[in-house]
Design a protein around this ligand. Structure first.
Ligand SMILES: [Zn+2]
Length: 221
């Protein structure tokens, strides 16, 4: 796992800022709503169901609507999500937003990834509204993902935006494709991290972050 992550981080570090800020990939072909609904109908037929029975009558439409919502991050850009909420501030203390709820879909099975993200950065003249960090996580989560890439995208976006001294992102998540099928291991979860700048180079800073995210507060559930 560690080796895979390291390779991946090298790859993403080679991406330049423009690529990270670019709007999401354009669809190759315009697909109509009707075509999408028909595809879900075909899927239901293939599963041995009758898509026209009462309970399933509107299911294809609902599935398409739900999937569009769950992947709406493709159609958002950082600019739109942040809406100018970057401020000048002379603090150099670590900012940490913990336990950001995360709902995504794995790109291999289109099944849910459910977890939490912890995001920290050490500013260098620029800070961002705290709620915007959660919005940023949400934007990347609402795409078809692998957990490693999601983790790296959040870190790289913040690095590009704020040019901070460093960024650390840890995601802990459970993958329904592992829990409900395949190895069927309920309770298994995967932890990924992306460390940039001082979090990658300075062991003490990294350790402080790790300690902070391990501490479980007694408030807030
Ligand atoms: Zn999967």
């Amino acid at each position: 796992m560690v080796i895979i992550l390291n390779e991946f981080m090298e790859l993403t570090q080679r991406q330049n800022h423009r690529q990270i800020l670019a709007t999401p990939p354009q669809r190759r072909r315009q697909v109509t709503e009707e075509e999408m609904v028909a595809a879900v109908e075909t899927l239901l037929l293939g599963l041995g169901e009758n898509p026209h029975r009462e309970g399933l009558k509107d299911t294809p439409k609902r599935v398409v609507k739900a999937l569009k919502f769950l992947t709406s991050g493709y159609f958002q850009s950082l600019d739109e999500v942040l809406n100018g909420a970057v401020f000048h501030e002379d603090t150099q203390e670590m900012v940490l937003v913990r336990d950001i709820d995360l709902f995504s879909l794995c790109e291999h099975h289109i099944l849910p990834i459910i977890g939490r993200a912890h995001v920290a950065y050490i500013p260098d003249g620029r800070v961002i509204g705290l709620s915007k960090i959660a919005r940023l996580v949400e934007m990347y989560a609402r795409r078809l993902q692998v957990q490693e890439r999601l983790t790296a995208q959040i870190a790289d976006a913040l690095m590009g935006l704020l040019k901070p001294k460093g960024v650390a992102v840890v995601i802990e998540a459970t993958h329904m494709c592992m829990v409900m099928r395949g190895v069927q291991k309920p309770g298994s979860w995967t932890s990924t991290s992306a460390l940039r700048g001082i979090f990658a180079t300075d062991g003490k800073t990294r350790q402080e972050f790790m300690n902070l995210i391990q501490h479980r507060p007694t408030f807030g559930g």
